[in-house]
Write a protein that binds this ligand. Structure first.
Ligand code: ADP
Ligand code: ADP
Length: 236
């Protein structure tokens, strides 16, 4: 669970308007093994967010294949994709994507509620996660009442509450102070090490990138360079 293969993936925006459109992903091939912690880096506009949107099924590829655990998700309908994603893919969106009409606790619990888990089990999973992320005190507030950093932690909690096989994260430390960034990266690292979750993280942050065992640099929607870590990360 958690193996990702991209085969000549292409995404062109606005191609239907007759013009040439914007080629955001340009024939990308990539193989991410189960349990890999991979970083995606590259300049603004290089296609990083587009790639995560395609992998999560938020957006549709123009051509090519996205095979996750043997299933080519480009062949799935919207409803089939929603089912496939549930419990398997967690996405920490750059703009959080929290539902304004739900409390923070309800936002985090959403994947479990959709999965029809019983309330006791939901509470048992949520309490330690919220405690660890330092959001217990704001659990009954609504998204517009909390700071950007708190929203980021709620978005992270929601993405990982189900212990998904694949976690996609778009600049997860982008709005966090260094203490919160540390906490969040520890959670992702622990999910990766203990649950074997495959993580694909877009980041500009060297601290976050230092957790990756492999970093893919993309430019103009193409793979440009890849480095692998020897694992001797040193924290100061
Ligand atoms: P990054 O995340 O690396 O900054 P994006 O994936 O956001 O890159 O964007 C890649 C390219 O696709 C950019 O040229 C951007 O302007 C374009 N793009 C992104 N989203 C859309 C969209 N919804 N419609 C049209 N063009 C888009
Ligand atoms: P990023 O920080 O990933 O570069 P952007 O600021 O490029 O994000 O994009 C923010 C949002 O605007 C995204 O949802 C993206 O899909 C959309 N977007 C980006 N470029 C365009 C574009 N040229 N036309 C329409 N939507 C776009």
């Amino acid at each position: 669970m958690g193996v990702i293969k991209l085969k000549h993936l292409v995404k062109v925006y606005n191609a239907y308007k007759g013009a040439n459109g914007v080629t955001a992903i340009d024939g990308l091939n990539l193989h991410v093994g189960k349990g890999e912690f991979t970083g995606i880096m590259g300049p603004s506009g290089s296609g990083k967010t587009t790639l995560l949107n395609l992998l999560s099924g938020v957006d549709k590829a123009t051509s090519g294949e996205i095979v996750i655990d043997g299933q080519d998700i480009t062949k799935l309908s919207k409803d089939q994709m929603a089912l496939f994603r549930r419990g398997r893919i967690g996405y920490i969106f750059q703009d959080f994507n929290l539902l304004d009409s739900l409390t923070l606790k309800e936002n985090i619990a959403l994947p479990l509620i959709l999965d029809k888990r019983d309330p006791q089990e939901i509470e048992a999973k949520l309490a330690p996660l919220m405690e660890f992320l330092g959001i217990q005190d704001v659990r009954d507030k609504y998204p517009y009442h909390i700071s950007g950093g708190q929203k980021q932690r709620v978005a992270a909690a929601r993405a990982i509450v189900n212990e998904p096989a694949v976690v996609l994260a778009d600049e997860p430390t982008g709005n966090l102070d260094s203490k919160s960034a540390h906490q969040l990266m520890s959670i992702l690292a622990s999910l990766n090490e203990n649950m074997g979750s495959t993580i694909l993280m877009v980041t500009h942050d060297p601290f976050a990138a230092s957790f990756c065992k492999r970093i893919l640099f993309i430019k103009d929607g193409k793979a440009e360079l890849e480095i692998r870590s020897s694992g001797d990360r040193k924290a100061f």
